[in-house]
Design a protein around this ligand. Sequence first.
Ligand SMILES: O=C(O)CCC(=O)C(=O)O
Ligand SMILES: [Fe+2]
Length: 176
Amino acid sequence: MAELDGAEHYTIHQTILFVAAPTTAIHIDSWTLDTAPHGFAHTVWIPLQDMSHESGVPCVIPWPRNKIVTEAELELAASDLPFGERYDRYQQALSRKLLGSGPDVATSFMRKGDFMVWSSLTPHCTLPSRPRYVKRLSLQVLLRPTHLPWGNFVIQPLQWTPDRAEQVSDRFSFLL
Ligand SMILES: O=C(O)CCC(=O)C(=O)O
Ligand SMILES: [Fe+2]
């Protein structure tokens, strides 16, 4: 991570252990976790077993780190929709726009011990697995460089409740 952005310390906000591939459509993770300014949080995706073309691997649409597609650009008016509906509406509109230009995607049939990392603004999705519920053990970690304020897609920067974290090593902490 430090090779990517030179940060000295990271705060882990969320880890998800997947036992099978989810059915994630094209989306960005910035709505879940970002920094202020946008684009400096990372999602690290770690296979815990070797992956194949049938595993249901994530893929990304190669993307400039700070490129943000706003709701206004997608012709979505700012609204007081509940967060979940606003999230779905945005991701669906983003997906329609991106698919309209036939984008390339990047992925890898990773081996156990590899990892993939994308930024909070990078569109990505999960390719289908076969059979649907084949085992795909993997860990997803959402983190941010600790020196950057914690934000999300719509609130920049956030006045979150105190940013309480437990330091695990000199390199990373867990948000509490
Ligand atoms: O595990 C995957 O295939 C990707 C999951 C994902 O993008 C997410 O949980 O935000
Ligand atoms: Fe994601």
